[in-house]
Ligand binder design. Structure first.
Ligand SMILES: [Zn+2]
Length: 253
């Protein structure tokens, strides 16, 4: 069994399945390891095998996964089929069996579930998406399209570059909420988890309904890919969420 990141909060809901990969358990040469991206110079044969291992381990069909194109925007798109959706960084669906995938190595992966209206969201939030309020926009879109009530929603903020390591310049700090900026030793650090948590709470999600991973992708080189650490040699992890189809959930026990 390959190691995966789970959410304790999401695990308590039988209507969804969620998992995120690590850098462990793949066939690509180091430091790629368990790389799940076709866009980082890895051999496609290896990526295909890595994806097969990950999707098999979590019980999701690779051909039923929708991927966000990811361009550091705040564009959130409603998805009805498995596809690569260009020019967006957030995906929403209420279709059971369609998995939503976000690819990361330091950027923040964020997932939201509405257990009342049965809608899900997957978001890629680097500093640009965070500065452009993609988390806030996602909750608004869930309210508009699924009829979600924010206080019903539950969310998971996954492993990403932590405030312990994520040094930024003045020009980036100027664009972020000052409450998520920390200064130490004449350097500036961004807390993307805090910034997105704040946006979720501002949108009406109850703080106790938000689980935040403690893990930093830059610090934890054994477990995670990190673009800051590995530069252009870095692989990518995938975070995937899906609404479980009723027949399938019965078959799976
Ligand atoms: Zn760190």
């Amino acid at each position: 069994m390959i190691p995966i990141v789970e959410s304790l909060l999401f695990a308590s809901y039988r209507k969804i399945r969620f998992a995120m990969s690590t850098r462990i358990g793949g066939v690509s040469p180091e430091p790629l390891g368990m790389n799940l991206s076709y866009h980082v110079g890895d051999d496609p044969v290896n990526v295909r095998e890595n994806r097969r291992r990950f999707f098999d381990a979590i019980g999701i069909h690779a051909e039923r996964v929708a991927f966000a194109g990811q361009c550091h925007s705040n564009r959130v798109v409603i998805v009805h089929a498995a596809d690569v959706i260009p020019r967006c960084d957030g995906l929403l669906t209420d279709r059971p069996g369609i998995a939503l995938a976000i690819s990361v190595a330091d950027c923040l992966p964020l997932f939201v579930f509405d257990p009342v209206r049965n809608g899900i969201a997957a978001i890629h939030a680097g500093w640009r998406g965070t500065a452009a309020h993609i988390a806030l926009i996602t909750v608004t879109k869930m309210t508009d399209h699924f009829g979600s009530t924010p206080s019903d929603l539950v969310a998971f903020i996954g492993p990403c570059a932590g405030v312990c390591c994520y040094e930024i310049g003045e020009e980036v700090a100027d664009q972020l909420d000052e409450r998520c900026i920390e200064s130490r030793d004449a350097k500036i650090f961004a807390d993307l988890k805090q910034a997105n948590f704040t946006q979720l709470v501002a949108s009406g999600i109850v703080p106790s309904n938000i689980e935040v991973s403690d893990d930093c992708t830059i610090c934890d080189g054994e477990r995670y890919h990190s673009y800051r650490r590995e530069k252009e040699k870095s692989g990518r992890m995938l975070g995937v969420i899906t609404l479980v189809e009723k027949e399938r959930s019965i078959c799976a026990g």
